[in-house]
Design a protein around this ligand. Sequence first.
Ligand code: EAX
Length: 327
Amino acid sequence: MKKVSFFLVTCLFICLSASLAFGQLALKAGHVLAPDHPYQFGLERFAELVKERTNGQITVDAFHSSQLGNERELIEALQLGTVDITIVSTAPLSGFTNEFLIYDLPFLFRDTATARRILDSPFGQKAFDSISDLGLVGLVYFENGFRHVTNSKLPAVNPADVNGLKIRTMENKIHMASFRVLGASPTPMAFGELYTALQQKTIDAEENPVPIIYTSKFYEVQKYCSLTGHFYAPTPFLISAATWERLTDDQKAIMTQAAKEARDYERELIDQQNNDFVAKLKAEGMEVIEVDKDAWFKAMEPVYKEFESTIGADNIKEIQALINAGK
Ligand code: EAX
């Protein structure tokens, strides 16, 4: 028996030293959404491409459902280098920098094509250029998408219908202000705590895109879904600067190209789920309500003035000009 275990230990040691000798990297990627959400499939596609193009030198394991922490903790873990990659909504990044806040303005984008065009342009790159001193490297923008209000109390058609509702928001001051101005009571909360809070009715409402409402089974604890589309949530694909610096230039180029291809794939899946999952929500008993988006925008519009100095009036003018240029 002793001979066998000595043999196994020796083999293990040889494999380990060989992998270190050849600079093999086993990277960890974390996110908070369900295993059947496009976040997971997009990261798995990224991992396949990177492993294939580095001949197995770099592997990436994607951990879903907040296994490696909530979004704020994941960003902190990248800064520490204890997690290598994360994909998060821009909203929680407001706890680290104001550079992404502009994307959290209500009804900034009105359609997906415009959002993607601007995020993939030099304007979208600006925010990535600003985070190197935070220990973060941004490669591309995956997509979370247009967010809708769900609640357990009433079919909310007009903005005034959310007056008095306790609504969970992401940890983001613009999101909170946008619902406060409607008379709702915003409660910032990590995504991992949300289902239980809805189930225990400590909150009445939340807001998320259709793919999340379905894949996180919010239809089990929310009766009404109002298709407000009030925020478009981009999803920066972030790598720890400590990890990035360990890569060769060739590996950085492979990772960047793989992230672009995985982004396009993830966005395709988001489009599919946005198209297919409204019917599934209805089949699960949710009442899905169409609303007058302009009325919701008018009601939330005061937050533009409130945050103009924080975001920069010129920045807002610049992105609105880019949006209108594409019309
Ligand atoms: O980024 O917290 C949320 O509602 C986000 O949609 C989620 O974390 C995905």
